[in-house]
Design a binder for this molecule. Structure first.
Ligand SMILES: Cc1cc2nc3c(=O)[nH]c(=O)nc-3n(C[C@H](O)[C@H](O)[C@H](O)COP(=O)(O)O)c2cc1C
Length: 255
């Protein structure tokens, strides 16, 4: 089928597809430990990355690459980098409530997400210009690139959810060292960067739905609703008292 033949738009305002979509969106739930014995059929990888392929991107650059890791030894090595990074962060007293990254090695589906930062020059930037003005444009261009890859990756996560899997989005790559160690392991060229890891599979333990903000807390009509603004102090309190709960408890056990 050609790309244009694939257009099959739903009728305007029809709820049925929306409701089906929302059941996928609501059930996209992170798990950090998987059933290690489950085998993901090859077709599922294709279905999931087919969803990623249709993601929107700045300048339609599609600056993403997905590397499916099947070798358990390589998964273990990747997990080891994350465990080491978590240890490093703990030593640096980052005080981030870190999960157990050993769970990465248990993921039946493990996909490394890489991006080609050279595409930054495909977005609005000045050529060969080191000025402050261009630095601003370049920063924005990097954001365009990162948002593009995230948009594609999110489609993949939703596709995995639609196939009945739980997911895990892992960005805690940190040090350059881990990047440099991971790239040759997967044959990733120097020009590309590993942005995150996408794990999926059946969960080892029953997953739980995490706290989400109420709609009114994020939705603003016409102008920003000042009720939705929090002060620096409130943010600090949230980080100190709530963050670990919203990450590792179900929504009913946050307060
Ligand atoms: C951009 C992004 C980065 C994330 N990075 C990590 C990570 O490095 N380690 C981790 O354990 N979870 C990570 N997560 C997962 C979040 O912790 C998780 O989505 C959040 O707690 C909400 O839970 P939910 O996915 O079940 O709704 C990340 C999620 C996103 C979208």
């Amino acid at each position: 089928m050609s790309e244009t033949e694939a257009i099959d738009a739903p009728a305007l305002g029809r709820r049925e597809l929306y409701d089906n979509l929302m059941s996928v969106v609501r059930n996209r739930i992170t798990t950090r430990q998987f059933d290690p014995d489950f085998q993901v059929p090859e077709e599922h990888f294709e279905l999931i990355l087919e969803a990623a392929r249709h993601g929107p991107s700045g300048a339609n650059a599609q600056p993403w690459h997905y590397i499916i890791v099947r070798d358990p030894a390589v998964k273990r090595q990747i997990a080891d980098y994350f465990v080491a990074e978590a240890r490093f962060r703990a030593k640096k007293k980052m005080k981030f409530p870190t999960p157990n990254y050993a769970g990465l090695a248990t993921a039946p589906g493990l996909i490394v997400v890489a991006s080609d930062f050279r595409y930054v020059s495909a977005f609005p930037v000045l050529k060969d210009d080191e000025s402050d003005l261009n630095r601003m444009y370049k920063e924005n261009a990097e954001r365009i690139l990162l948002q593009s890859v995230a948009a594609s990756t999110m489609s993949a996560h939703l596709a995995a959810t639609a196939l009945g899997y739980n997911v895990w989005w892992v960005t805690a790559i940190g040090q350059q060292k881990a990047q440099e160690a991971m790239k040759p392991l997967l044959g990733i060229p120097d020009e590309l960067s590993v942005l995150d890891i996408f794990c999926f599979g059946p969960p080892l333990k029953p997953p739980y739905k995490r706290w989400k903000k109420e709609l009114g807390e994020i939705m603003n009509w016409d102008v920003f609703n000042p009720d939705n603004f929090i002060t620096d102090e409130e943010l600090e309190t949230w980080i100190r008292e709530k963050r670990h709960k919203v990450m590792y408890r179900d929504a009913d056990n946050v307060d």
